[in-house]
Design a protein around this ligand. Structure first.
Ligand SMILES: CCCCCCCCCC/C=C\CCCCCCC/C=C/C(=O)SCCNC(=O)CCNC(=O)[C@H](O)C(C)(C)COP(=O)(O)OP(=O)(O)OC[C@H]1O[C@@H](n2cnc3c(N)ncnc32)[C@H](O)[C@@H]1OP(=O)(O)O
Ligand SMILES: Cc1cc2nc3c(=O)[nH]c(=O)nc-3n(C[C@H](O)[C@H](O)[C@H](O)COP(=O)(O)OP(=O)(O)OC[C@H]3O[C@@H](n4cnc5c(N)ncnc54)[C@H](O)[C@@H]3O)c2cc1C
Length: 624
């Protein structure tokens, strides 16, 4: 099962090696992270990032190994933005010459970069950004400026205190005309003493949700006061400004400006499956250790994992973790395929790639945030302790519902794509890729499900048909209602809640389909495929027909712990007293409690000033 989860034997081996490297290095300790002040946590993040880079160089780690090292260090920081957004933005939007110049420095960490798009006034509406980049032909420079308070850059990770450079998104103005949003490389801080360059005001935007967690990241604010940069720092793969100030657009779709976001959304699906699997791992292992109540005859107490209510709340998450993992692996393939096509100037699959990455990012991150919260409840009181690992896991993954595109905004993008596809089908065009099922419209609009028993739900063809019919009918229903509205735009706006539901149904169909396709691959190992079939059934059925699942849960229960062991997480990475591999939960909880700063002294600070006088006063009063 470890191989099925990781994708290959090689993937298991390299992940194990990197996880152990991190777990055995004292610099990467994180057990007292939630007790650090914001400043201490930030410094700890800088230390870990520098040490990770040192180890990467010393051990000559490959890109794959270095990425895993960063993942297992498990502490958000500026390096995430540098590798996940700054470098890809230059790769996707820079010319070959620009890539050579900037990536050479970025790969060696001679510069640290971030992705500065969002502003105080606008995040979702990228076309509404206000920062300006005005070309001055007299000096061959762009003047970068924040004209209003709301145009202050706001949120970019690493911007607050660390980044020396950024890809800054701004409205390009040349020859008096506004050509909309484009990307520019800007140096922000001196490479000698790290002070901000003239005209740049920069800082951290302040503490965020939860202790520890995302507070390790210095999300930043930046205002620009007529800062000049050379013309060749505009990223010029999609469009150029000539020496004379002429705007020239390349023959590529302007949506490629959004390419970095497509790339990151695809990686976020993998993050979501990992976060969900960590929460499930903690809740399942702990559920096997925790006992409450017993038989009336005085027999042994019951493991809470044996309660049917516990199973019906928890096993759909276990199934979802596997489902998201497999769809994430497929999405990575889709992204690579689209990138190769783009290189040979075939842009035909771009809308589908956008819809799939936007939709899957939305559905998987929302489900994951909800599931982590529920796993905390599934662990009872102990789940609420920081030492359970769950509060931090929740706080770190909750913003994934917002960053890289608010989930509802992204689902509306999927809905737009679906409405276009429905109208193309109506005019006789055969849909392809993930919407190919819509071509079967005559059958799917009328068919009746052949499913009667729980066993029928293990029939992949039956499951697929139900999901296809559900998604298509919801989309067609929306399209019909929109066509009755005074205008397309008004109809879309009025029906947006239904459109979001239709988009979710389409995305869930993709997830179910990719799970089924996974089951058609060669899967080695005794009983592995059978367990995955049950999980696939649970994933599909819990979305549409909760009542019939009891039998499947009973079949999964004997292997529940093994199914989470297959995630292959070290105790260091899981970071949970409840989810320990050896099950020694109570000693671990007890030990963790003593690490709290409040326990550094037996009598707490503040006793002399506030507690003692109060108690003495009460004592005096009671004697009167
Ligand atoms: C215990 C815990 C310990 C710690 C654990 C540590 C680690 C674990 C967690 C993981 C952490 C780190 C790793 C990951 C790092 C991630 C860091 C994330 C940082 C965040 C960064 C950001 O948020 S960057 C900013 C992102 N911003 C957005 O996403 C903005 C969203 N808005 C948009 O994308 C657009 O404005 C929108 C699409 C909404 C609208 O576009 P617009 O052009 O205005 O309007 P439309 O008319 O709708 O579109 C025009 C046509 O373009 C098509 N289109 C739109 N987008 C795209 C696209 N991306 N690609 C292709 N095509 C696109 C659209 O469909 C329209 O097409 P049509 O044919 O004309 O209909
Ligand atoms: C932890 C974190 C890290 C981030 N890192 C970065 C970074 O590195 N770089 C960067 O540039 N940005 C970053 N961001 C910003 C992030 O990309 C934006 O917050 C995100 O795109 C959402 O935009 P917004 O904040 O403007 O939300 P808003 O759009 O203001 O959303 C508010 C509400 O309005 C709703 N809404 C908005 N538009 C519509 C619509 N058309 N129809 C229906 N409902 C709508 C939304 O659903 C939401 O409920 C980060 C954000 C966070 C939280």
């Amino acid at each position: 099962m470890k191989v099925a989860w990781a994708g290959s034997r090689h993937a298991v081996e390299v992940a194990d090696r990197m996880a152990c490297l991190v777990a055995s290095d004292p610099v990467f300790r994180k057990d007292t992270r939630t007790m650090l002040s914001r400043k201490e946590l930030f410094k700890d993040t800088l230390k870990k990032a520098a040490h990770a880079w040192k180890r990467t160089v010393e051990l000559h780690l490959t890109e794959e190994e270095a990425n895993l090292l960063r993942l297992y260090i498990d502490q958000p920081g500026y390096v995430d933005l540098h590798w996940v957004m700054f470098v890809p933005a230059i790769k996707g939007q820079g010319t070959e010459e620009q890539q050579k110049k900037w990536l050479t420095m970025a790969y060696k960490f001679q510069i640290i970069g971030t992705y500065a798009q969002t502003e105080l006034g606008h995040g979702s509406n990228v076309q509404g950004l206000e920062t300006t980049a005005t070309f001055d032909p007299s000096t061959d420079e762009f003047i970068m400026h924040s004209p209003t308070l709301t145009s202050s850059k706001w949120w970019p990770g690493g911007l607050g205190k660390t980044s020396t450079h950024a890809v800054v998104y701004a409205r390009l103005i040349t020859e008096g005309k506004d050509y909309g949003i484009h990307g520019f490389i800007m140096q922000l801080r001196s490479l000698d003493d790290h002070s901000p360059l003239p005209g740049i005001t920069i800082g951290d935007i302040g503490g965020k949700f939860g202790s520890g967690a995302y507070n390790s990241m210095d999300n930043g604010v930046m205002r620009l006061d007529h800062v000049r940069i050379p013309r060749d720092q505009m990223l010029m793969r999609l469009a150029q400004v000539t020496r004379e100030g002429k705007y020239v657009h390349s023959d590529v779709p302007k949506q490629l400006l959004y390419g970095t976001m497509v790339y990151v959304r695809q990686t976020i699906v993998a993050d979501a499956s990992r976060a969900l699997s960590r929460a499930v791992c903690i809740a399942v292992r702990y559920g096997a250790i925790r006992k409450q109540f017993g038989s009336k005859a005085g027999g042994p107490e019951t493991q809470v994992l044996n309660y049917k209510t516990q199973q019906s709340r928890l096993f759909p998450f276990l199934a979802s973790a596997y489902a998201f993992r497999f769809v994430g692996q497929w999405l990575k393939w889709l992204y690579t395929d689209v990138t190769q096509k783009l290189e040979s100037k075939d842009f035909s699959t771009l809308p589908e790639a956008h819809a799939c990455t936007a939709g899957l990012k939305s559905v998987t991150t929302s489900a994951t945030a909800d599931a982590i919260e529920e796993c905390q409840k599934l662990c009872g009181g102990h789940g609420y302790l920081n030492s359970s690992g769950l509060p931090e896991l929740f706080a770190v993954n909750l913003p994934a519902c917002t960053y890289e595109g608010d989930n509802v905004v992204l689902l509306l993008q999927v809905a737009r794509f679906l409405m276009k596809t429905v109208s193309q089908v109506a005019s006789g065009k055969q849909p392809v890729g993930t919407t190919a099922y819509m071509g079967n419209i005559q059958h799917l609009m009328q068919c009746k499900s052949v499913v009667n028993t729980v066993e029928d739900w293990l029939n992949p063809a039956a499951i697929k048909e139900v999901f296809e019919a559900r998604a298509l009918r919801m989309a067609v229903n929306c399209a019909q209602n929109i066509s009755k509205a005074p205008s397309q735009e008004e109809g879309f706006s009025e029906l947006s809640p239904d459109l979001v539901e239709a988009a979710v149904a389409h995305v869930q169909l993709i997830i179910v389909t990719k799970f089924i396709e996974k089951l058609q691959e060669d899967i080695l190992g005794h009983g592995v495929k059978e367990q995955l079939q049950k999980l696939c059934g649970i994933y599909a059925l819990h979305l549409i027909h909760n009542e019939r699942l009891g039998k499947l849960y009973a079949q999964v229960r004997p292997n529940a712990v093994a199914l989470v062991d297959a995630f292959d997480y070290t105790d260091h990475y899981l970071g949970s007293a409840l989810g320990r591999y050896d099950g020694d939960v109570y000693s671990a909880l007890y030990k963790e409690a003593w690490k709290d700063p409040l326990n550094e002294t037996v009598v707490p600070d503040g006793y002399q000033e506030h507690l003692r006088p109060l108690l003495k006063q009460q004592l005096k009063l009671s004697r009167l």
